[in-house]
Design a protein around this ligand. Structure first.
Ligand code: 6PG
Length: 261
């Protein structure tokens, strides 16, 4: 069991192998994620090799994307950043629900990332067709490890119900799928989703959860401290190839973690 706490040396008991990075505000947390990504990209740039990152949708990443657009447009070596998606809603890129649309408006139009480095999931295409197309694209564009495409970093969020990517508690089979990409269905809206599978996420060099807000605190407590019904949460079953996940949390999201002085 190992963990690093970036906040007043608080010890969190009984956590799975995680790195916990806890900051006071969502903005501070987003900045810590941006700095971590910058460090990782610069390391790759020294070796003149690409940095393959998959990003999630929803609201939380918007804060990070805006920050990267406003303060990292010149600092980040964007020419080696290759951008993929963790999941996409089955809607057109211009639709308000589009994860690509959100990233495009809040980040891509504001930073010099080459168009050839942007690999969006096509939410407007027949989902079954897009699953196969994106699977083939990942196998072509990424290194393959143990039969699965390997990202340098997978950036995840967490739903109040413990879902991550578009792997929901009502369909955990995507966690063990033999395919790199699958179809998820939102349990409330019924919205269809294209999503990376659990085994693709678990092949990544680094898995980072970026989570803010008190509505997630109880689920985070259960996942990190392996308590209550944590096994029912898809987010409990994803981590990097080394078995570790990094959790970047603000105070509100971390508020229910048990301190062991
Ligand atoms: C999506 C996401 C999803 C998201 C969580 C948290 O497309 O919705 O990829 O997994 O990360 O639902 O969403 P919020 O950041 O909006 O809380």
């Amino acid at each position: 069991m190992s963990f690093n706490v970036q906040f007043n040396n608080i010890k969190i008991i009984n956590s799975m192998a995680n790195n916990l990075h806890i900051y006071e505000t969502p903005e501070d947390t987003a900045r810590a994620v941006a700095e971590m990504i910058l460090t990782k990209v610069k390391e790759k740039n020294k070796q003149s090799i690409p940095f393959n990152i998959a990003v999630s949708g929803g609201n939380t990443p918007k804060l990070l994307f805006n920050l990267l657009a406003n303060e990292y447009s010149e600092r980040m070596p964007w020419h080696i950043v290759r951008l993929f998606w963790v999941d996409e809603r089955c809607v057109a890129p211009t639709h308000a629900d589009s994860n690509f649309g959100m990233a495009y408006q809040s980040l891509l139009v504001n930073v010099p990332i080459p168009d050839a480095n942007i690999f969006r999931m096509q939410g407007e295409v027949k989902p079954e067709t897009e699953v196969l197309r994106y699977q083939a694209l990942l196998e072509k564009e990424l290194p393959m490890q143990n039969g699965f495409p390997q990202f340098d970093l997978v950036l995840l969020g967490l739903g109040d119900d413990g879902h991550t990517a578009s792997i929901f508690p009502n369909d955990m089979s995507l966690l063990q799928s033999d395919l790199a990409v699958g179809l998820g269905i939102h349990p409330v809206s019924g919205q269809r989703r294209i999503t990376l599978s659990g085994r693709t996420i678990r092949q990544a060099e680094m898995v980072v959860f970026f989570i803010t807000g008190s509505s997630k605190a109880d689920v985070i407590r259960q996942i990190i401290q392996r308590e209550s019904i944590f096994e029912n949460f898809p987010a409990s079953h994803v981590y990097s190839k080394s078995g570790m996940a990094d959790f970047y949390l603000d105070y509100a999201a971390a508020k229910d973690l048990t301190v062991n002085n």
